[in-house]
Design a protein around this ligand. Structure first.
Ligand SMILES: [Zn+2]
Length: 109
């Protein structure tokens, strides 16, 4: 996987670090606050929903429908969804400056 460029200084941000970082990031070189663009979050949401649906359908085939409603399976599905969400964000995510979302608060550069 290639690195994501910081939108402010173009310093690469390693994707594997995104997997372990929830929410807002800080660029290691210019310390700008970074977050994901709305478009990439929407894309990640779609892919995640499809992947979860596919895995639930697969689990239905492998384990049988009875297993799908047990708390154990639901707990695993929840953990799987959280991990999957982080990984998908790291793959399809596009970083933007977080301050762009509050541009009215401060004058543009
Ligand atoms: Zn930067």
């Amino acid at each position: 996987m290639n690195d994501l460029p910081c939108p402010s200084c173009r310093a690469p941000y390693p994707r594997w670090r995104i997997v372990f970082t929830p929410g807002v990031f800080r660029c290691p070189s210019c310390h700008a606050r970074l977050t994901f663009s709305l478009d990439s979050m929407r894309r990640a949401g779609w892919i995640g929903a499809l992947a979860l649906f596919a895995s639930a359908a697969l689990a239905d085939l492998v384990l049988g429908f009875d297993q799908l409603t047990t708390w154990r399976f639901l707990a695993w599905l929840l953990v799987f969804a959280l991990v999957l969400g982080q990984v998908i964000r790291a793959i399809v995510g596009v970083l933007v400056l977080r301050d762009d979302l509050h541009r009215l608060d401060r004058p543009p550069k």
